[in-house]
Design a protein around this ligand. Sequence first.
Ligand code: PLP
Length: 393
Amino acid sequence: MKENKKLIYLDSMATTPVDKRVFEFMTPYFLENYGNADSVDHDMGLRAKEAVKTAKKEISSLVNAFNSEIIFTSGATESINMALKGFVKRLLRIKPSAATEKIKIGVSPVEHKAVLNVLESLNEDNLIELHIFNCDDKGRLYLEEIESYCSKSPHLICVMAVNNETGNIYPVKEISEIAKKHNVKYFCDATQAAGKIPFEFSNWGIDAACISAHKMYGPKGSGALIFNKDFLIDPIIEGGAQQKGFRAGTLNIPGIVGLGKACFYSETEMAEDAKKMIELKTHLKKRLCENIGDIVFTGDDENQISSCLYFAVPGIINKAIIARVRNKLCISTGSACNSGLETPSHVLKAMNLPEEIIEGALRISFMKDTTIEDIDTSANIIAKAVHEMKRLV
Ligand code: PLP
């Protein structure tokens, strides 16, 4: 993970490298055991099928689900499309009156664009009635508002487990209990939670959730949708009968093996990693405060994952800092899906933060192998850029 000596990579929430141990488990499935898991008239196919079974066990162990609840996809975005569009498609098919009554879906305003854009496009197509919850200036949701919405018998609510910009942890168990009480289905985007904090799909009574391998040292292009037997969906990718017809297409065996092993190592090392991340975060906060002074940390610092720090220096535009540090540091202005665009963060906008904080927001997310020295160097580089900028304004 340390090959790129010149750059300090602190953007693990955008993506992570593949853990070498995971990579070694994957390689035989490219080169030797390249069978198709659905072509089992020979040993090569059977080996692929066995590998899928093992991966399902590793995933279900990490997220507390049943093997039968897991469908492999190309990542969280596809899983989200499959869950949300599939849910609406199925309801419209079995209950055509839903087209006139409208399928009601409530969503948090801080969801990833993969969730918000899918729901907004279903809304624009007049297939659903979308309700967007509120949040406070720390990005916290109001559980009484969610409860009040659920009491009006909507069909589905969507609230993520961990936010990809602020690192906020949402009270998934409580939200799930509210949904259950009112007989409302609950979809939870667990992409940034799985492998970092405990996530208990079955015990917490969640109906559907998604995960992605590349956020936990597995390969890109591999993820899963986890859904229980009561979350009814129609497939959106049709073709062969793979994966019980829910997602047609030949299984990506190396990707699935990679996802499974990424889950395995995350589960085994989660507690130890979390301890180290707390140290790194405390140290970085201290160094930034000492070196910069007027720094504002955003999000809910009492309920935040320890591998992420989101902050701004009021009056200093994030892009200007990025431009000054980019040849030494990999940090970001927020969501990887937004950072190529000139649009301000919808998460910070929903939090109603002042313009100068929104325009200054920077996200640092640590890696498993980030060291205290990396943090010291990074804090110095950022502080130097900030002071240069301050001299200019
Ligand atoms: N949901 C969240 C919370 C994310 O952070 C991401 C990726 O940034 C996604 C969904 C999309 O994941 P993928 O890249 O696997 O499609």
